[in-house]
Design a protein around this ligand. Structure first.
Ligand code: ADP
Ligand code: MG
Length: 225
């Protein structure tokens, strides 16, 4: 589902930074993988490249058999919309929109009609246990509830790939545990392939596979069970 071959990424600033130094990684369909490593080791950069938000300096990325290099911008946008759900540490909800509207947004962008949008958005809020909060604004919710809205939004089109950058990093341990259980449940029920960055060792080890980055390279790749 996700295949990286010798992927490098350099950022040109005052000083050239080599964020990824030749990453090889193969994640099969339906896997749930945690991604760990010290701050600055390239985890977010890797997620952004897989999520087609940025492009590698060299090397190749393929998603679901489709090589991304040389693909036209509008096709990349389509891949991102149809295949990828993103969950970030800071929930990135729009403050002036209700929960239902936040979850509906990606569906509007895809041109769904009102009836379809209402049905899917309601179904998603139900899935994350927030039906009673659908008309609330993000400000009126707890951190855990906001993250659940963000997850519902990321899942709006049931993307086959779910990328999460420290989804529990901004939450207390208990709430983080609930969010993790939710991600795992969705992974199992929807069969999504999940790649999740985390600082939390227990969270990382609760996944069947853990990949460790250091200085822009995969230095460890452990499978359990
Ligand atoms: P992590 O998520 O593991 O903490 P990042 O992927 O965010 O690490 O960053 C890896 C390296 O790349 C760091 O040295 C960081 O400063 C650098 N970096 C990340 N994004 C940019 C950017 N947009 N411009 C310049 N340097 C960047
Ligand atoms: Mg990061």
């Amino acid at each position: 589902m996700i295949l990286l071959t010798n992927v490098t990424k350099e950022f040109d600033g005052k000083r050239k930074v080599r964020a990824l130094a030749g990453v090889n990684l193969h994640i099969r369909k339906g896997e749930m993988v945690s991604l760990v490593g010290p701050s600055g080791s390239g985890k977010s950069t890797l997620l952004n490249l897989i999520g087609t938000l940025d492009q590698p300096s060299s090397g190749q990325i393929a998603l679901d058999g489709q090589v991304l290099a040389g693909v036209a911008d509008d096709e990349l946008t389509r891949v991102r919309r149809d295949k990828i759900g993103f969950i970030f540490q800071f929930f990135n909800l729009l403050p002036s929109l209700s929960c239902l509207e936040n979850v509906s947004l990606p569906l509007h962008l895809r041109g769904w009609n009102r009836k379809q949008i209402k049905e899917r958005a309601s179904e998603l809020l139900d899935l994350v246990g927030l039906t009673q909060r659908k008309d609330h604004l993000p400000d009126e919710l707890s951190g855990g509830e906001r993250q659940r809205v963000a997850i519902a939004r990321a899942l709006s089109v049931y993307p086959p790939i779910l990328l999460a950058d420290e989804p529990t990093g901004n939450l207390d341990t208990h709430t983080g545990g609930e969010i993790l259980a939710l991600v795992r449940d969705l992974h199992e029920r929807l069969g999504a392939t999940v790649l999740m960055v985390t600082h939390d060792r227990a969270v990382a080890e609760s996944c069947p596979r853990t990949v460790t980055l250091r200085d822009g390279l995969v230095v460890d790749d452990v499978s359990r069970r």
